[in-house]
Write a protein that binds this ligand. Structure first.
Ligand SMILES: Nc1ncnc2c1ncn2[C@@H]1O[C@H](COP(=O)(O)OP(=O)(O)O)[C@@H](O)[C@H]1O
Ligand SMILES: [Mg+2]
Length: 346
């Protein structure tokens, strides 16, 4: 199966609610390139799982269009595989039988070729020695590996993963995400991954789509969205992960209104490209805007990206009439700038 691309146009879905209806998905227009890893991120209840189920045909839409390309002879359902947070393995079947389940569920009789293929997939996910084990004998990470092998049995062109790593510890999460990247590369399969964790996005995705309240509020390359988050929810999700947030003893003192003697507080976001230029020095000499550094952090992006590092720097300065020009200068030179508010230093 070749990798599939998927486009949705203005998907809407609502559910009955009291006398009326409640919107779950509103005008969802999503673009997923073939062979990409797209992360679908948002807070709990945003509509991510519902959208995945609609893409897979497990749930119906009220209006809009879903188009998957290239169209194939076989049923669309078979070209799209799905993995959930709950491992959904049969407890009384062995690992090998679980991997072959997709074949037997279709009513196809298992052949030696199927078994061989299942064994090869188990080798790929590092579980050759567990073929005859039962799910209860496996760790959470190992069960998720079985689920991945099973999903690959029918050579899907699109793999949908719903909170695949949410129940796993950080180390196992990194291992499973590495496996997904390998599967994406070796099998050329397009992956859509639902998560509420920006660290997962940074680790594995090349494109990200942010959902809130049934809407897509932001969509773009991971690096662009991380550097220039447009929506408040995106900023919250970024801040919730390590390095995103300002220490509370400072953020608690930042005010929206400018008091006399107040300094303005900015958050600067550097990429590899902008971090090698003397931008802060240039701003000081050209615009007479001198920054005090409040806090800083460095972050790492997955090796799918051209830029590997990016950093946050929180600074304050006495506002002057050139501040706006200084901010323009910085954004022109690839630095993301967010004005957080005002602070009075005692
Ligand atoms: N079948 C359903 N009937 C009623 N409400 C539903 C149904 N499915 C989902 N919802 C509601 O739709 C919203 C989105 O749910 P979901 O897609 O599970 O969000 P997420 O996966 O982003 O946490 C939630 O408020 C949820 O309660
Ligand atoms: Mg969900």
């Amino acid at each position: 199966m070749q990798p599939l691309s998927i486009t949705t146009t203005k998907l809407c879905k609502s559910v009955p609610y009291g006398d009326g209806a409640r919107a779950i998905l509103s005008d969802v227009s999503l673009n997923v390139r073939a062979s990409s890893i797209t992360a679908l991120i948002g807070r709990s209840g945003a509509g991510k799982s519902t959208l995945l189920r609609c893409l897979n045909g497990l749930d119906t839409i009220d209006s809009g269009e879903i188009s998957i390309a290239p169209k194939s002879e076989t049923q669309q359902r078979l070209d799209v595989a799905m993995i959930f947070q709950a491992y959904t393995l049969l407890s009384r079947s062995t690992v090998l039988q679980n991997v072959c389940l997709t074949i037997t569920l279709q009513g196809t009789t298992l052949t030696d070729a199927h078994t061989q293929k299942a064994m090869q997939l188990l080798a790929e996910v590092g579980l050759s020695d567990k073929a005859n084990a039962y799910p209860s004998e496996l760790s959470g990470g190992q069960r998720q590996r079985v689920a991945i092998a099973r999903a690959l049995m029918l050579d899907p062109g699109l793999l949908l993963c719903d909170e695949l790593t949410s129940a796993l510890d950080p180390k196992t999460t990194v291992e499973i995400l590495a496996l997904l990247k390998r599967v994406n590369k070796d099998h050329g399969v397009t992956i859509i991954l639902v998560t509420h964790d920006m660290d997962v996005v940074k680790e594995v995705a090349d494109t990200v789509c942010v959902m809130d309240n049934g809407y897509i509020v932001e969509q773009g390359s991971v690096i662009d969205v991380l550097i220039k988050p447009k929506h408040a929810v995106t900023r919250q999700l970024i801040d919730a992960t390590t390095g995103g947030a300002l220490p509370a003893f400072i953020s608690d003192r930042i005010q929206a209104n400018q008091a006399p003697n107040a300094d303005v507080v900015l958050k600067l976001i550097f990429t590899e490209e902008s971090s090698t230029k003397p931008i802060i020095a240039a701003v000081a000499t050209t615009f007479n805007v001198c920054f005090s550094i409040i806090a800083g952090s460095l972050d790492n992006l997955s090796d799918q990206h051209a830029n590997h590092m990016f950093g946050h720097l929180w600074v304050s300065c006495t506002p002057n009439d050139k501040l706006e020009a200084a901010i323009h200068y910085m954004t022109d030179h690839g630095v993301g700038v967010e004005t957080l508010g005002y602070i009075v230093w005692e």
